[in-house]
Ligand binder design. Structure first.
Ligand code: NAG
Ligand code: NAG
Length: 594
């Protein structure tokens, strides 16, 4: 664990002042205040560089810019030294930060920002505080047109009051309040503004280890509903596991008994007899699926994503990563690269098992599928970010770094995995022979059609994660809520995988019983359809629960939601497909067919 953390630090060329790293200060040592990006309160992902507002910064004696990790660069974190001269445990009364003269257009910029509820984040010793740019008058009476902005006055906050508590040589809590609002006159030619700050230090007995408690909204995340939903999903798991057990018993014991009696009959007789159901398609279930290359690539990628998600959640729980800016993202990228052997291995062995010949192409698709989709979405959003000069625009150097990771880490590891998988686990060891001519799929009732199974199968798994989805969305899209209950997430993840596996078995059994042998893609899509339901929920969430506006934020939201849901589709599709394959092997392996 420690080694890995060090590795990440090394790889991410992180170099900030030493005291911010160990969080111990000497008396009168400088404490840096970093300002993060500015942006509208309702659009948490629409952020701009701080300096795009005509603020001024103080004189700096230390670093100017915070060196970024890879994750921070991707998330558009832009930390700039505000230029305050704050010393540890030393009070300051109304110190001057800087003086500036606002031109008419600067004033208009500030007015625009205040009208749109712009705010920004401050970091002091990694602790964060949120402050608004300014405030707006309430309309004088209800009769006034609220939208008539000319009637309302905008005030710019010019003073920050830092209230910092400390215990020994460590900073425990930081509160920042805004003071001295200055009325911005929209038609003034210029205004002289002085930004000031005060600092009040107080001693406290609170422990350093508890300093994050105030950011973790435990009333919200540990609400009764949350516990209740877990319990609920757990009941669902028990019910489904019971159902699967019943199916297995039925399929394996009773059906075999009948089937064995008929041994020795010709296939033709069997087909014409009153025997029907899954046994009829034994000559087709192990036929190679259509588009073998793609299903192999998806199975490989899905397996990797499942393993990766487990590792990330566990690692986050153990390392308390949620407390650190963008660390989860940085860790995810490197862990993704390191685990790409898994996708190569499973994709390669799956492909070889079904007798695929063009494994090089499959390997290329496996290694490029997920990175390709992600980069496609990220680059499209990036165009809009660049156009809007948002800080979310990804720097060129970061893109090169990502490309290098793909080229020198992901690709070779996938190749290695594919070679191992092909040679060591690529034996086509299916229990039944494949008939040379595919059996025609009989006409059947509408609800046994694959498309209906696909639509219905996603509902239960979605139901089991629905509440958790709400919590995750809220913590991601609402400002200043940090998701920290990764224990819940782990539990829900395990429940989701179990429910998906069970539903996949049930729906595959149903499909085969209707003498339909097209189970490969059906089981994949049926299990993956949960991702589709999550996306539908995301659409509802956007309109009902958030106040996001504007092209940029909307694209961002749907782009990344789509990506997450596609990831879920591949992961759960793989889980469902592989479980269905295990199930089919199991029920057909005892059937003796000559
Ligand atoms: C700033 O905050 C401190 C501590 O909360 C308070 O005592 C002080 O009065 C505030 N300063 C001003 C100018 O309001
Ligand atoms: C910060 O604000 C909270 C809530 O108003 C208060 O309980 C706490 O004592 C303040 N801390 C400091 C260091 O001023």
């Amino acid at each position: 664990m420690k080694l890995f953390q060090t590795l990440i630090l090394l790889l991410t060329f992180s170099a900030i002042s030493a005291n911010e790293h160990n969080h111990h200060y000497n008396t009168n040592e400088q404490v840096v205040v970093w300002v993060d990006t500015v942006g509208p309160f309702a659009n948490s992902q629409e952020t701009y560089e701080f300096t795009q507002l005509p603020y001024c910064l103080g004189e700096k004696t230390l670093l100017d810019h915070h060196h970024e990790t890879l994750g921070e660069a991707l998330l558009g974190v832009e930390l700039i030294n505000l230029g305050t001269n704050i010393q540890f445990a030393k009070n300051e009364e109304k110190e001057i930060l800087c003086k500036t003269t606002l031109s008419n257009s600067d004033i208009k910029t500030f007015i625009y920002a205040i009208r749109n509820n712009y705010w920004h984040q401050l970091y002091v010793d990694d602790l964060t505080a949120w402050v608004f740019v300014g405030e707006e008058d309430e309309p004088l009476s209800n009769n006034d047109n609220i939208n008539n902005v000319e009637e309302r006055k905008q005030y710019l906050y010019t003073m920050k009051n830092f209230s910092i508590s400390y215990n020994g040589d460590q900073i425990i809590e930081v509160n920042v309040t805004n003071l001295n609002p200055v009325h911005l006159k929209p038609d003034a030619d210029e205004m002289h503004i002085t930004f000031t700050y005060s600092v009040y230090w107080t001693k406290t007995d609170k422990l350093f280890s508890n300093r994050w408690a105030k950011y973790l909204d435990s009333d919200f995340f540990e609400h009764k509903i949350h516990w209740f939903s877990i319990l609920n999903s757990f009941m669902m798991v028990i019910f489904l596991v019971g159902l699967v057990a019943v199916i297995m018993l039925r399929a394996i014991s009773r059906d075999y008994a009948r089937y064995d009696k008929e041994e020795g009959l010709l296939d033709l007789d069997r087909d014409l007899g009153d025997e029907y159901g899954w046994k009829q398609v034994h000559g087709d279930v192990f036929r190679s699926p259509s588009r073998l290359t793609w299903i192999s690539a998806m199975v490989g990628t899905g397996t990797q994503l499942v393993v990766l998600s487990f590792i990330i959640i566990l690692y986050t729980i153990m390392g308390d990563l949620y407390l650190e800016r963008a660390t989860i993202l940085t860790a995810t990228i490197f862990l993704y690269a390191v685990t790409s052997m898994i996708s190569g291995y499973f994709g390669g062995s799956y492909y070889a098992k079904y007798g695929g010949k063009n494994w090089i192409k499959t390997m290329f698709i496996t290694s490029g599928l997920w990175p390709g989709v992600v980069s496609g979405v990220v680059f499209s959003i990036n165009f809009i970010a660049i156009y809007k000069t948002s800080s979310k625009a990804i720097p060129f150097f970061t893109m090169v770094a990502i490309l290098a990771i793909w080229l020198f880490l992901i690709f070779p590891l996938t190749l290695l995995g594919a070679i191992i998988g092909r040679n060591w686990a690529g034996e086509p060891n299916f229990p039944c022979r494949v008939n040379p001519i595919p059996r025609p799929v009989p006409d059947k009732i509408w609800y046994a059609e694959p498309i209906m199974i696909i639509l219905l199968a996603g509902i239960l798994p979605f139901g089991s994660i629905f509440i958790e989805t709400y919590f995750i969305f809220t913590s991601f899209w609402a400002p200043n809520k940090t998701y920290y209950v990764y224990g819940f997430m782990l539990l829900v993840f395990i429940i989701l995988i179990t429910v998906t596996a069970c539903v996949s078995i049930v729906s595959t059994y149903f499909l085969l019983n209707s003498e339909d042998h097209r189970w490969h893609w059906t089981s994949f899509f049926a299990s993956g359809s949960t991702g589709g339901y999550v996306f539908l929920y995301a659409i509802y969430y956007f309109f009902a629960r958030t106040k996001m506006t504007g092209v940029f934020q909307t694209t961002w939201y749907f782009g990344y939601m789509g990506l997450v849901c596609f990831g879920m589709f591949i992961m759960l599709g793989t889980v469902g497909h592989l479980t269905a394959e295990k199930f089919i092997r199991k029920i057909y392996s005892n059937v003796k067919i000559d």
